[in-house]
Design a protein around this ligand. Structure first.
Ligand code: ZN
Length: 132
């Protein structure tokens, strides 16, 4: 297992890139709208992982709710797994609370599923299985 990316909630990616790209020097290599999750994402590689900037695309986006509550910040940690179905089944067997019982399509057509923060010490955890 390894960390795939860190998700950071922003009010606007364009504004956020003034820090992450212009000032810090990372490069935004990919931007897309993930309709299923009502977010626009920007991916900035850093070492072996990426920073994923998230921007809400609608008022009822989960990111919008997060921004209203906390004003931005680290939203989730994404862990790359070999087999997401197996990983979800194991977590369920261990009695862990899942947000997604079944994988969904995430950014770049990866399979993703979220584990509830109440089972992961307050951290929203995303499982990612890369497209083979
Ligand atoms: Zn993510």
């Amino acid at each position: 297992m390894k960390i795939n990316h860190l998700g950071i909630a922003t009010k606007g990616i364009k504004e956020a890139l003034k820090f992450w790209e212009d000032a810090l020097g990372l490069e935004n290599v990919h931007t897309e709208v993930v309709a299923d999750q009502k977010v626009r994402v920007a991916m900035l590689p850093i070492g072996e992982i990426r920073i994923e900037l998230l921007e809400p695309t609608s008022e009822d986006s989960p990111i919008q709710k997060f921004l209203e509550k906390r004003g931005g910040g680290i939203h989730h940690i994404a862990i790359e797994v070999e087999n997401i179905e197996e990983a979800l089944a194991k977590l369920k067997r261990e009695g862990m609370r899942l947000i997604d019982e079944k994988p969904r399509i995430g950014a770049e057509d990866c399979l993703v599923a979220f584990v509830h923060p109440s089972s992961a010490n307050g951290v929203l955890l995303e499982l990612v299985q890369s497209k083979k």
